[in-house]
Design a protein around this ligand. Structure first.
Ligand code: XLS
Ligand code: NI
Ligand code: NI
Length: 437
């Protein structure tokens, strides 16, 4: 079967010294580090939407689609099958172990939900066979609850309960398909779960709707016996002015309020963290500390552009701190690292998408290898342990056991405690990190 990617030979690992643009320089899938292969640590995925659906429109939709792909033409269902063939050819040529999709990426919307579901069924039946033939696995599925005009005022948080019901029906179908395809996770990105103005928004009511929606998804997951992880993907704004899933900490508070903190984790995207005014490692460390770190959408933003530019990661040094947090947490479990990234508008050739994924995956692999070496050296971990060593003392334990203000005051006076300040050693630690990048 010939596709637009057929001219590219399967991408092999050739090592850091190769100048072949169509080879991996750092992603040696089978290389073992910290007891597992790189492929097992990273669990990388290509996403359907940016790579096979986006036609090259710019953010303000001022420009035409400039990417010319055979599946952008012709009868929509035939085009969807053509797109699927190309996608699996693409995954295989890159040796990409996982993929991710929205329902509407894969097949066209019909006149009714019944028709849309039938379209999806036809394409995903074949996707299932392709997954079996190629060994490519599903990292996660998700429902597009943000493109169609019916969702303009939200899906679960819509003022109209019929829209809520429609969204629920859509999620049910995609969740069931995710299970059938052996998906490792199911993602909910609250694309339009937010507001444009508080003047027309009943915030408390919308949060309760959203909480109920998520609880219903959890109930359905258990009802059908889906064993993957449910993930919320935080984002502070865009497309709405304010989105309810602002960042890791906000999502945790929301989950706690609706009693779902043990059922749902987060899928953290690099560019969303920076839009929220955080570093990516802050988001990862916060989710890890709260026990909800689930999966990663790997990309990067542009420091001068305040939107979700979804560029491929290309700076391994910038990702080392986040990789270190993931290693400290013990890995991503069922999660992985999905390239929620697209090429720039002028990169119109199919090979540009191949090279984008090579660069992205090499960047993740290199960052992970640096972080693993840093972690294994123990140089940072020793400083960290030492910094908090006081908390292993009798006093530290007494505090955690519930020491009262009275008891502590008594102790300070009786023992004449006079704690001395110690250096935080930030520069030394930064220098240690630089030894490993
Ligand atoms: C948009 C989000 C989206 C999710 C999946 O900004 O990143 O692509 O990952 O719905
Ligand atoms: Ni994303
Ligand atoms: Ni995004």
């Amino acid at each position: 079967m010939s596709t637009v990617y057929s001219t590219v030979e399967p991408i092999q690992y050739e090592g850091p010294h190769t100048s072949n643009p169509l080879a991996y320089r750092w992603y040696d899938a089978k290389r073992v580090v910290l007891g597992k292969t790189l492929a097992e640590h990273l669990r990388p995925a290509a996403c359907y939407w940016h790579t096979f659906c986006w036609g090259g429109q710019d953010p303000f939709a001022l420009g035409d689609n400039v990417l010319d792909r055979p599946w952008f033409r012709g009868e929509p269902m035939a085009a969807a099958q053509l797109k699927l063939d190309a996608a699996f050819d693409f995954f295989q040529r890159l040796n990409m172990p996982f993929w991710c999709f929205h329902d509407r990426d894969v097949s066209p919307e019909g006149a009714t939900l019944r028709e849309s579901n039938a379209n999806l069924d036809a394409v995903l039946e074949r996707a299932g066979r392709k997954m079996q033939d190629t060994g490519v696995q599903l990292l996660w599925g998700t429902a597009n609850l943000f493109s169609h005009g019916r969702f303009m005022s939200g899906a679960a948080t819509n003022p109209d309960p019929e829209v809520y019901a429609y969204a629920a029906a859509q999620v049910k179908h995609v969740l069931e398909w995710t299970q059938r395809l052996g998906g490792a996770n199911y993602v909910l990105w609250g694309g339009r779960e937010g507001y444009e103005t508080l003047l027309n928004t009943d915030l408390r009511r919308e949060l309760d709707q959203y909480g109920r929606f998520l609880a219903a998804v959890v109930e359905h997951k258990h009802k059908i016996g889906f064993t993957g992880t449910l993930l919320i993907e935080p984002k502070p704004q865009e497309p709405t002015k304010h989105q309810y899933d602002y960042d890791s900490a906000t999502v945790y508070g929301f989950l706690k309020r609706y009693g779902l903190e043990n059922e749902v984790k987060v899928n953290l995207e690099v560019n969303h963290a920076t839009l929220a005014g955080h570093s990516f490692e802050h988001e990862v460390a916060t989710a890890a500390a709260l026990g909800i770190l689930g999966s990663i959408d790997a990309n990067r933003g542009d420091e001068q552009l305040g939107w979700d530019t979804d560029q491929f990661p290309n700076n391994h040094v910038a990702l080392v701190p986040a990789m270190l947090e993931i290693i400290r947490f013990g890995g991503l479990g069922s999660g992985g690292m999905n390239f929620d990234a697209k090429v720039r508008r002028q990169s119109i050739d199919p090979v540009d998408q191949i090279e984008a994924h090579i660069g992205g995956l090499d960047t993740l692999a290199r960052a992970f290898l640096c972080a693993a070496a840093l972690y294994e050296s123990g140089d940072l971990e020793r400083v960290l342990q030492d910094r908090y060593a006081g908390w292993n003392s009798e006093l530290g334990q007494a505090i955690h056991a519930g020491a009262s203000l009275d008891a502590l005051a008594e102790r300070v006076h009786a023992q004449s405690l006079s704690p001395q300040a110690r250096s935080g050693r930030q520069e030394r630690l930064e220098n240690i990190v630089n030894r490993f990048v």
